[in-house]
Design a protein around this ligand. Structure first.
Ligand code: C2E
Ligand code: MG
Ligand code: MG
Ligand code: MG
Length: 284
């Protein structure tokens, strides 16, 4: 009886696995088609100085609208693209698009607004990555100092010497580096100091717990103290409430990003937002 039940659940399990693999293969094929048909696009979310509300940057975020008008979230398709290697081509497209947008922002008087671009481990491992970055800069005319690459904490902590060398070359080119989703990985302090990144991006999960008296508040406070000690600038992601912004500011976090300030917006809306925001600046 027990044996039979067990066998039954194994069969059910492998059927679920099979379904899941089939779904993934199907989704990957659709993603390739969407990429080829240029149905992927970027949205941009402002990053502001918490003390003044001044916009100091925008993060480029990838979006996929399917044929039937539905949206597939990046948390679903980016991992697929990573595992299949498609992320190299996709990531290059993101780089070029975002750099072009940055150049256009500069041309319209917003050259002081940084463009933050997410880069995944597979991209960093691509031997031609540095060349691709240089090409994206040359082709767009964007100034390297306006571009920041965001890398997740686990990637930044990769111990390979080659990756450290790639970071060094990126920095030499004049780009800035930020560690994304900080606090979710296992950073070694010495490694963190050696990497000399410009910014730490505090993960949304810790920000969400601020103002609720949870342990996330303690982590946010630890991360802020650490960043200050290492002389890095701090930015918090996923700020939705005023009280979170206030607490972060009190902890010494200078910058923030989240629905409280602005949602990610299409490229066409960004210039108008930046213009309006610059005009209305001065302590929001
Ligand atoms: P991320 O880099 O940590 O991006 C921040 C995510 O938080 C974005 O989700 C953004 O829309 C969301 N967010 C911002 N403010 C708030 C807020 O106040 N509340 C809440 N609940 N969410 C907020 P999104 O756009 O769904 O992207 C998810 C992840 O997908 C990104 O996390 C990033 O890891 C990855 N991703 C997105 N675009 C790219 C890309 O072009 N290349 C790579 N390699 N990864 C990307
Ligand atoms: Mg990011
Ligand atoms: Mg993040
Ligand atoms: Mg995140």
């Amino acid at each position: 009886q027990a044996k039979q039940e067990e066998r039954g659940s194994i069969v059910a399990y492998s059927k679920r696995m099979g379904d899941e693999i089939r779904d993934r293969v199907h989704l990957l094929r659709e993603l390739r088609d969407a990429f080829a048909a240029e149905r992927l696009f970027l949205v941009f979310q402002p990053q502001v100085e918490l003390a003044t509300g001044r916009c100091v940057g925008v993060e480029a975020l990838l979006r996929w609208r399917t044929d039937d008008g539905g949206m597939v979230p990046p948390d679903r398709f980016i991992p697929l693209a990573e595992r299949s290697g498609l992320i190299v081509a996709l990531g290059e497209w993101v780089l070029r698009r975002a750099c072009r947008k940055a150049a256009r922002m500069a041309a319209r008087g917003h050259g002081g607004v940084r463009m933050a671009i997410n880069v995944s481990l597979t991209q960093f491992r691509d031997p031609r990555f540095v060349d691709r970055v240089r090409a994206a800069l040359d082709e767009s005319g964007a100034s390297p100092g306006q571009i920041e690459l965001e890398i997740t904490e686990s990637v930044a902590m990769d111990e390979s010497a080659r990756l450290a060398e790639v970071f060094g070359r990126i920095r030499e080119m004049g780009l800035e580096l930020a560690i994304d989703d900080f606090g979710t990985g296992y950073s070694s302090l010495s490694k963190l100091q050696r990497l000399r990144v410009d910014r730490l991006k505090i993960d949304r999960s810790f920000v969400q717990e601020l103002g609720q008296g949870g342990r996330g508040g303690e982590i946010a406070s630890l991360v802020c103290g650490l960043g200050r000690r290492l002389g890095m600038e701090l930015i918090a992601e996923g700020i939705e409430e005023q009280v979170q912004a206030e607490q972060l500011l009190a902890l010494g976090c200078q910058l923030g990003q989240g629905y409280l300030f602005a949602r990610p917006m299409p490229a066409d809306d960004l210039h108008a937002w930046l213009d309006a925001h610059a005009a209305g600046a001065g302590g929001t």
